[in-house]
Design a protein around this ligand. Sequence first.
Ligand code: PEP
Length: 232
Amino acid sequence: MIFAANFKCNLTRAETRAYIDTLGQKRFADDAHIFLFPPATALDRYDTPFTIGAQNAYPAHHGAFTGEIGLQQLSEFEIETVLIGHSERREILGESQAFIAEKYRFFQEAGYTILYCIGEPLAVREEGDSAVADYLMAQFEGIDTDYERLIVAYEPIWAIGTGRAATSEEIAATHAMLRKEIDAPLLYGGSVKPDNAAEILSIAHVDGVLVGSASLNVESFTKIIISIDRIK
Ligand code: PEP
């Protein structure tokens, strides 16, 4: 099972270090694979068993891309994992599918583990399963889904940061649809919390969770990770 924490634009460098230290003192099941995505200012070469990834990066080694970080900056900290396609970057930062696919190709060529996010808006969900399937599959345009270091996160936009997770039925149907098309591990994201994590993790074809708000507090993320023990 994969447990990924997306800190977004939260936590300082000092807070991230304290978080990693505290989480490192916990004991987790051997099959709990933990990924942490701190903000770029908190990337570092941490002495930790957890995988540290970048929330975003520009598809270039280095260059004239003001405000961005590239492969050169990530390599300094031995970062080899990147999150691509998050709905906040698609919707707020205006990243197009073509640009997302360019980033994907670049980091695939660099051998990165890619946590690739897809998700539909509420209006599409309200149209039903077949509209959701069409919308999600379009988000794989230009994406090599056979890449062996791909992890997919299904994150319905209307469930992100709203406190309203998708229902078990919605997650089950969507993950079953995705599993027919894609071999990669499939995570669910969107208002995962300590009190719904076990139920979500026990749904067929859910290989883990991507957590935003409830990962910001280390004790809350810990409770989510140890919910793996309740589904065995
Ligand atoms: C996310 O944005 O990746 C996310 C899952 O957020 P939250 O858990 O806050 O819904």
